[in-house]
Each structure stands twice: as C-alpha cells, then as structure tokens.
Ligand binder design. Sequence first.
Ligand SMILES: [Zn+2]
Length: 418
Amino acid sequence: MKNIFKRLLNVRGMVVEDVSIDDFPLRDAPVLVARVRCRKAALRCSRCGRKCPKYDDGGGERRWRHQDFGCYRVELVGPAPRVECRVHGVVVSRVPRAEPGSRFARDFEMECTWLMTVANRKTVSGFPHVARRTAGDIAGRVAGRPESGMPCMFDGLTAIGVDETSHRKGHTYITVVVDHERKRVIRAHDGHGKQVPDPFFEELTPEQRASIRIVTGDGAGRIDSSAAEHRPNAERVPDSFHIVSWMTDRLDRVGKRLWNQARRAKDKTAAEAMKGLKYAVLGNPGDLNERQSTALATLAGVDPKGRLYRSRQLKELLRTLLHQPAGQAEGELKRWINRAGHSRIPEIVEPCRKIRRRRDDILGTIRLSCSNARLEAFDNRIKVTIRMAYGFHHVDNLIAMIKLRCSGLPIRLPVPVL
Ligand SMILES: [Zn+2]
C-alpha cells in the first residue's frame, strides 16, 4: 500500500510512512496528508547535493503542497533534518522532490508552470488554487530549470530586436531582447534608458557578438548608440512594428480631437459614433467586428473632411508598403510621404517628418525583411504575458514569466520517475 502511494505521489528517494485524510474545518477542501521522510542514507546538502551525515532534527516538520488527487488536496508532511556539509557547514538537507525554500513539491510547481504558459489567469488561479503572488514566485523558481539543459540562446544570433515595454501602467519598464530568426525572447531585464542594452552586449562572448548582423529597435537613439558601441558593423534599423506604431499613436489623437469637437458642439449622435470608432480605427481592417465596421461606415457623416478616414488610410498604406518587395516599396514610400505631407491633418505632420527623416532606415528594414506579421504577433504575446503577470509581487517573476511563455523553453508536465 505504501509503495503504491510512493508511486502515486512520485516521491523517489523518500519513504511514505503513513497516509491519512484530514477534514480541516477551516479549509475549503479535505486534505490527503502523506507523511514522508528521506531515507537516512540519502541525506544530502541542499546547496551542493553532496551526501552528508545528519546533524540534528532542524526546525521540526515541514509541509509541501503536491498535485491534487481528484477533489482532494495533497500535502506531504515530513521532517527537515539538518546535515553537516564539508563545504557549506550545517544546512538543511535537500528534499528530493522539492526546491529548497519552496512550500510546493516540484511536480506541483511544474504543473502550475505548464498551466501558466498555456492558460489564462483565471484558470491558473482557479484550477490549482494558488494566489497570483504565489504563482509568480513559482514562475520565478521554475524559469531557470529548463534553460540549464538547453544550448545557449546567445549562440548563432543573426538578427536581434531590442524593445522596451512598460508594465504597471507605464511607470516601470522592462527591456526585452528577441531573436528574430528563432522567434523567441533571449533576455529580459528590468529598467530602461541608455544603459539598458549594454548588459546584454557585455554578456555575449566576442564570437556571439560577431555573428549579429542586424539590430532592430524602436528608433530610439539609446539602442542605436549602445549597438553602435558594441557591434559597430551591424545594421541598425527600426522594426516595422514600431514604424507603424508612430502612426497608430497619432491616429488615436485625431480620433480624440474629433470626439471632443463633436462633444463640445453637443452633437450627441456624432459623439456616440466616435466612441465606437476609437477602437475601430486602431485595429487592422481584418480584425474589426461587425459593430466596429458599422461605426466605421458612419464615419463619413461625423467627419465631413474625412480626416480620420484619411489618417487611417495612411496608416494602412504604410503598413502594407512595409511588407512589399524592396524595389516596389521605395516608390511607394516616396508617394506616401508626399501624400501624408499634403494631408493637412496636424497630427500627421510629425510622424510624416520622422518617416521622411528616417527614410533610408525604413528602406533598410524593408530590404532586410525584418518586417513580418509574426513579429507583431510576438510583440502582442509579450504584452499579453505582462497582463497575465498582473499581481506578481516582484518584477523578476514577471521576467521569469516572459521567459517561460516567450523563450520556447521545453516545459513539460511531470512524469513518473519511479
Ligand atoms: Zn554543501
């Protein structure tokens, strides 16, 4: 019987002494409590894993949450003796199926992490019953594990992208470095500003640095200057996603201005129509729902000079020309700049100037074909991950979560080890 439980609980290297069910009145589910202990001969140092003699019983019993059995929560309860290590002195012994300092069994953490990478927030907090903060701690602990068994992510890089993304309502930033070719995040760290891409470049070996040929960014000077310092021969271009976003931001402003005008003029129907349009204008034509499409159709009445419609058209033109073959795109870009320059829409003047000024860079982006829809989808995935990580206590856990979801790490559900 105890052997069956040992296999069910997947606790290799431990002895199951007793199993009982506790109907804790204060908890929402009954708990299956399994008393376990390490085999005496298998005591190891929790820091280095060396076999060590037992020192004393330590701070008494500890509990680890394990994967549920049906509607029963499962907890492992056992002693946590201290051992005397030759190198580390007196430390707590290693628990075979749990990380040091964790209140969860390793299998539980793996299951929870797997869920976090495939399911939404509600599922993660509802199904394994863990609080957001705890889920964040688990992500932080697990993220380092699968990576250690993989080939180095910095090897063989050819095109990388550096991007800053805000979290916590834009007050704090994280910098994300992506591998364009393999479509994965290779590094994410806290903070932004001039010095931000530097630690990444400094971490690379000279060979790894030399293989980078293209660095894309949002067009901000600091990424450029950092890349120029560490990798002077690489081409530096703005990525297509950011080029389009220069226009998207402005489009939002045109909408807001027209809406305010309509409101001030007490034109209720116009203001209502504009409300529906805000998102319709920002989305891509293929992604619009029926209501947004109707709102877009009523646009002509609200905006007699067609400013919003024309700005939208300009954005769409820009988006499509970035995906065209280089030879064709050059002429198109020239026509676009001409058209935007004569649009008489005050909000468009500035991005138009920016695009004219950086025309060569933009043509570089098109030529190097760093522009594709997959990159945009990838950027969205990072943003969704940031939303999923809402409620995590430490930014390190958010970064761990980005790695887990966007770095292509092999995350598998636990399998029997016995
Ligand atoms: Zn040790």
